[in-house]
Design a binder for this molecule. Structure first.
Ligand SMILES: [Zn+2]
Length: 295
């Protein structure tokens, strides 16, 4: 599922994003071949190196051009950051600061999982099935809603900033998470969190369940379930269905929002190993829709 992290500077958004590849399942042999081919075409593969075994993590700068992000070039076409992130993570820090045309160009890749570059008589297609992680500050200065520091932004700029985030990319993000500033105790605390390896095992099992259940629908992950198959593929209990219907009435969840909630709720159920999606999974999924709630 694509992910948006929203919070003040220093909240650990970048650190969280960088940890993500560590909890994703290891690359399969086929995936490793795909990734290695892209890096080879891009001229980024060191001589004598074998298959790339790690899931890619790409973090392009906000000033990246359209061609740099999705691929292009004149006589010699090259894959962009979106393809270099294939089977891995594309991290867009301060997503609102990226060039508008470059962000718009991500719409196709996010939907198709590939990008075709056409130049006159020839065309070339690069795969780009990545997990998007976008991070954003709550406002240009970073401190809107902060308990300690005061926001210095003018109201007009706040609205313009929120506007820049809307559109084709945000529409394709399933998980919206608010990341608060870490307290000193959390930074220096000794309480160990759950190690990545343990989380990864849970993710691997959840992915296996998805693959098995979704094989008849021709997709591998819940995030890819096409709307016509959602009802059949998600397996909701009557209580879960009622919980979704209720949120349409109370918080005006859109049709697209309903689809996202169903997919995320299915993933919550898969993570706990449940056959059916119950209303608690739906509640968890609804908690990842903060931008809808504030609209
Ligand atoms: Zn501000």
């Amino acid at each position: 599922h694509n992910l948006l992290l929203k919070g003040p500077p220093g909240g650990g958004k970048t650190m969280l994003a960088r940890r993500l590849p560590g909890i994703l399942p290891p690359l399969t042999h086929t995936e490793a071949l795909e990734v290695t081919q892209i890096y080879s075409v891009a001229g980024l593969l060191p001589e004598d190196s074998g298959l790339i075994a790690q899931r890619p993590f790409r973090a392009p700068h906000q000033s990246v051009s359209l061609a740099g992000l999705v691929g292009g070039g004149g006589l010699a076409p090259h894959p962009g950051e979106a393809s270099l992130a294939h089977r891995g993570v594309l991290f867009m820090d301060e997503a609102a600061e990226f060039r508008r045309d470059a962000v718009q160009a991500l719409r196709g890749p996010l939907e198709e999982g590939s990008i075709t570059i056409v130049r006159g008589r020839w065309s070339v297609t690069y795969p780009c099935r990545f997990q998007l992680v976008a991070a954003t500050n709550p406002c240009p200065c970073g401190y809107s809603g902060d308990a300690v520091r005061q926001c210095k932004c003018l109201p007009g700029r706040l609205a313009a900033y929120a506007e820049r985030l809307s559109g084709p990319v945000i529409d394709r993000i399933d998980l919206q998470v608010e990341v608060d500033r870490l307290k000193k105790r959390e930074i220096f605390g000794r309480e160990p969190g759950e190690p990545s390896a343990t989380v990864r095992e849970r993710v691997v099992r959840a992915r296996e369940r998805q693959q098995e259940r979704l094989a008849p629908f021709g997709v591998a992950t819940n995030a890819e379930i096409p709307p016509p198959h959602l009802e059949e593929a998600c397996r909701l209990t009557p209580e879960a269905k009622r919980a979704i219907e209720a949120s349409v009435d109370t918080s005006g969840l859109s049709a697209r929002g309903v689809h996202r909630v169903m997919r995320v709720a299915r993933t919550c159920a898969d993570l706990s190993g449940a056959e059916k999606v119950d209303f608690r999974d739906v509640q968890d999924a609804l908690s990842f829709r903060m931008l809808d709630r504030k609209r």
